[in-house]
Design a protein around this ligand. Sequence first.
Ligand SMILES: [Zn+2]
Length: 158
Amino acid sequence: MVARYFSLGCVFVLCGVVSAYGQTNTFDTPSTALSAGQQSQIARQYVTERLAFWQQRLKLDDWRISVVSARRSELKPNTLGAIRWDKTKKSAVIWVLDPSEYQTPFRATLDDMELTIVHELVHLELTSLPRSEASRSNEEHAVNGIAEALLGLYRERQ
Ligand SMILES: [Zn+2]
């Protein structure tokens, strides 16, 4: 019997990649100049944009994916995101830590939220592989490496 739903709480380290964004855009506005409401709105817009980009890059266009922001208390301890998917329906929900829960500058927060998106999409990419409780931490380790490498490459080219 195969579980129809699968959910993962993801433990991963903060991205060590330094943002290479040189150009000025809304996302580079100093966080001090933005209210919490504005930050949350910009973050939502950013995450939607990055999800579309990475979903296409990872050829996951046939999935219906939504992103929900989560409080730290809603996620498993020491996690920054989570994903739950339904393989039959090809739908997934990604939980991303809400920007208000971050202590980092806004730009770093957005970068980290993007890392969460890429990380969870890589998990989705691996859904066709067999998995067990035993393989979980190995998968987590591999997913961390792949997601950071993808994002690192992308940011180097910007
Ligand atoms: Zn994970």
